[in-house]
Design a binder for this molecule. Sequence first.
Ligand SMILES: [Zn+2]
Length: 92
Amino acid sequence: MSHEHTVTSSHKITPDFALHPKLYSWLVQYLKLKEPVNIEAREMGCADDSCPIIETIFTIEQGNNKQFFKVARAIKNISKNDIYFSVQKQVL
Ligand SMILES: [Zn+2]
């Protein structure tokens, strides 16, 4: 089976993001972001409903600086620990 993953949803992450109200503050904290910052999140997954793999790619923009950050979970399931461990694994 092929696993060509495409964007399944896309969101702007703000302090009052309804799907996950803590996400913005955790990203600012663990990625040591300086506000104001623009954070977009795209969930990537299969058209195949039986595929359990969903990952979230964050695009973080501060002024002219743009960086990407990946967490191997759907947005609503991202925990503080997921962000912490993803930061350890990825060089931004
Ligand atoms: Zn897949």
